[in-house]
Design a binder for this molecule. Structure first.
Ligand code: CA
Length: 436
């Protein structure tokens, strides 16, 4: 098991009362990093604690950091966290250990309290400058559910169990939780139409995913071995890979996703570090008998024993009517991340195996996380069986895909084993009508 330390101690409490409340996403054992601003101030780094944010620049100015923790805090106090992500895990751990001391109930609370700001007063920004974005397809359940709609007799293509399948996505349209999504226009062709046409997407979907941030990069031409991937991943967030199914269906062969995916992706703003998740590392998905073993560059004892992450994923939606009537979000899907066919470490090892260079702050989506049964699907494509089976919202409205005014809300958490419950915060976005 990855090493645990005092920062994981479930008995440790914070002087920030909300951090100690059951069900809060940000207890003192979490300490995710993000970039925030207050009232038009310039964005800079912070750490989430309960309902507050520790302003790293302010804490630095107050002289609360020393040694490697100070180097890391300096790297985390600007408008993007790439400088921090380019440091190594010794720096990241030193920062985490010191922040945990500062926020503990027996810490220097009088000095630290001056460096806290209320989350409700803060605007969250993208935490890194995302140079490159890749999206994998690592849930065999999702690949099977989606593949069955198009190829009932042959849902999985021959490479699936040998390669962590992915495509290179678009970094420029990634936005933080809370920003609205404009329904894309695009070229589509209905199966019974004679010719394609251009207009608003009619089959707008979400995809419930995790994503991980690259840490220190590798030189071009020098792969990162599976054993070394651990030190090249900084942390994770939630990702909604908004998808225009009708645009996607018409364009995707032979080169894969393009405009059906590049109009928007939403991420949760807090990066939950790999170190924070150490208590929730678990064995990787156990391949059924008869499945091929991964090739040696994608296989290790350590990855098999500890490559999985025990994270519960959830996606919910509200319509404009539901919000107006004060109805709670309708939970459309819940699925465990630990059932992914490929681990995030295998994804990164594969990504660099041909020599492609990772850079600090790069983002890699895992692909839609789905289970095998209704209630566990991570996309509307699966829930409505490609639009054939509408479902009802509590308001009585019917859905196959998203309507204008719908809000998609993703959330995730880890709990169990006697460790503190950790959450990822929200990843949300409202769909606005197409323009033009
Ligand atoms: Ca995806």
């Amino acid at each position: 098991m990855p090493e645990l330390n005092d920062t994981h101690d479930p008995k440790r409490k914070s002087f920030v009362a909300a951090a100690n409340e059951a069900g809060n996403d940000f207890p003192i054992q979490n300490l995710p990093l993000g970039v925030f601003s207050i009232g038009g101030s310039s964005p800079h780094g912070g750490v989430a604690i309960g309902d507050q944010i520790l302003d790293i620049a302010a804490a630095l100015k107050a002289g609360l950091f020393g040694g490697a923790a100070r180097d890391a805090a300096e790297a985390a106090s600007g408008a993007i966290l790439n400088p921090l992500l380019s440091q190594n895990s010794a720096h990241w751990s030193a920062l985490r250990a010191r922040v945990s001391e500062l926020l503990a109930e027996d810490g220097p609370k009088d000095d630290v309290a001056k460096c806290l700001v209320a989350m409700t007063d803060a605007e969250m920004h993208l935490p890194t400058q995302i140079g490159d974005y890749t999206d994998f397809y690592a849930s065999i359940n999702h690949a099977t559910n989606a593949g069955t709609l198009f190829r009932p007799d042959n849902p999985l293509l021959p490479s699936y169990k040998h390669i962590p399948i992915a495509y290179h996505g678009r970094a420029s349209s990634i936005q933080p939780s809370g920003e609205a999504i404009i329904r894309p226009n695009g070229q589509t062709k209905a199966p019974d139409a004679d010719a394609p046409s251009f207009g608003p997407c009619k089959r707008l979907d979400y995809e419930m995913e995790l994503a991980f941030y690259g840490g220190p990069g590798n030189a071009l031409g020098t792969p990162i071995s599976l054993e070394d991937t651990e030190s090249h991943i900084f942390g994770l967030c939630l990702l909604n890979d908004w998808s225009a199914r009708d645009i996607q269906a018409w364009e995707y062969q032979p080169l894969g996703p393009f405009l059906g995916k590049n109009f928007a992706s939403t991420i949760s703003p807090w990066i939950v570090t790999l170190e924070a998740l150490a208590p929730y590392r678990t064995r990787s998905f156990k391949r059924p008998d008869g499945d091929p073993a991964p090739l040696p560059y994608l296989a290790s004892d350590n990855d098999e024993k500890w490559g999985g992450l025990d994270i519960q994923m959830q996606v919910a939606i509200t319509s404009a009517k539901m919000r107006a009537d004060g109805q709670a979000p309708y939970v459309c899907g819940q699925a465990p991340f630990k059932d992914m066919y490929w681990t995030i470490f295998q994804m990164l090892a594969h990504h660099t195996s041909g020599g492609c260079d990772l850079r600090p702050g790069d983002l890699m989506g895992t692909g839609t996380v789905s289970g095998t049964k209704p209630g566990s699907y991570g996309s509307l494509l699966e829930i409505s069986r490609g639009g054939q089976e509408p479902f009802d919202l509590p308001s009585g409205e019917s859905r196959t895909f998203l309507e204008d005014g719908d809000e998609v809300i993703m959330s995730s958490h880890c709990e169990g084993g006697g460790y503190a419950r950790l959450g990822f915060g929200d990843c949300r976005g409202i769909v606005l009508p197409a323009r033009g």
